[in-house]
Design a protein around this ligand. Structure first.
Ligand code: SAH
Length: 247
């Protein structure tokens, strides 16, 4: 059973009026009920954005993962009660956990299944890695900020995700020892797609990556490697991600 929490409502409502509707609706709900309401909201968002994404629903396995992974365990304690609002949230070190709709969409775009091995660049809180881990065989994830990577590894271990391996390092370079990958999901934005990641993608595999400078329009792109080694690129949606930084 998950705890019902209401004590936070009053002070938060006074300082964050834009959250009013979602927060007041959540105030009496368990985390599990909030998570299911969030999944319903994501399904509505997906329908509303279908002219961009070309899909009016996401894979059932993706939505099951969203309904399963306890996002409140991946956010800092002071933001726990906002964990199921469909927004990004601060996770420390100037970084954010992505908006749940975007996590669901990127997971869907990766087109992975039970036998897949996936690389994630930008572990952050570990939430996206956990969502992937619900679906695939193994997730390798790289985080450049040591404290975040160690925190995510601890959370994932505590929650029993034994099919996720976290490494501290520069994800621009990928993880050649475990390549090629069925899919690569990048959750920080480079100015251009890193060539090592294209190299480490399997034929038929998907590289899901937000591309472009911070504050000047980024595009969520899906790259696919064709059997003759060519790369096709599809622009899916305008997005806003933190930058991919280098060591
Ligand atoms: N997927 C995360 C979202 C993290 S935000 C989650 O579910 O919470 C993006 C993360 O990418 C940040 O933690 C940032 O430190 C990290 N990052 C930025 N540049 C990186 C790089 N070159 N290699 C690995 N991680 C990087």
């Amino acid at each position: 059973m998950e705890a019902v929490s209401t004590s936070w409502c009053k002070p938060i409502l006074s300082v964050l009026p834009s959250f009013l509707v979602a927060v007041s609706a959540c105030a009496q709900m368990s985390f599990e009920a909030q998570r299911n309401a969030l999944a319903d909201e994501i399904e509505r968002d997906v329908r509303e954005t279908r002219s961009y994404t070309g899909r009016s629903r996401l894979d059932a396995a993706v939505m099951d993962a969203i309904r399963t992974v306890p996002r409140h365990d991946f956010v800092p304690a002071e933001f726990r009660d906002f964990a199921y609002v469909n927004r990004p949230l601060p996770i420390g070190d100037g970084q954010t956990i992505s908006q749940p709709y975007i996590v669901a969409l990127m997971t869907d775009l990766a087109e992975v299944g039970p036998g897949s091995t996936v690389l994630e660049v930008g572990t952050g809180s570990g939430y996206q890695a956990a969502v992937l881990a619900e679906i695939v065989d193994h997730v390798y994830t790289i985080e450049i900020i040591g404290a975040l990577g160690r925190g995510a590894a601890a959370t994932l271990e505590r929650l029993g995700y034994d099919n996720v391996t976290v490494r501290i390092g520069d994800g621009y370079l990928g993880w050649p020892e475990h390549a090629p990958f069925d899919a690569i999901v990048v959750t920080a934005a480079p100015d251009a797609v890193p060539p090592p990641l294209i190299e480490q993608l399997k034929v038929g595999g998907k590289l899901v990556v937000p591309v472009g400078p911070v504050g000047r329009g980024q595009s969520l792109q899906v790259l696919e490697k064709t059997p003759d080694g060519d790369i096709t690129t599809t622009d899916v949606l305008p997005v806003r991600f933190v930058p991919l930084t280098r060591d």
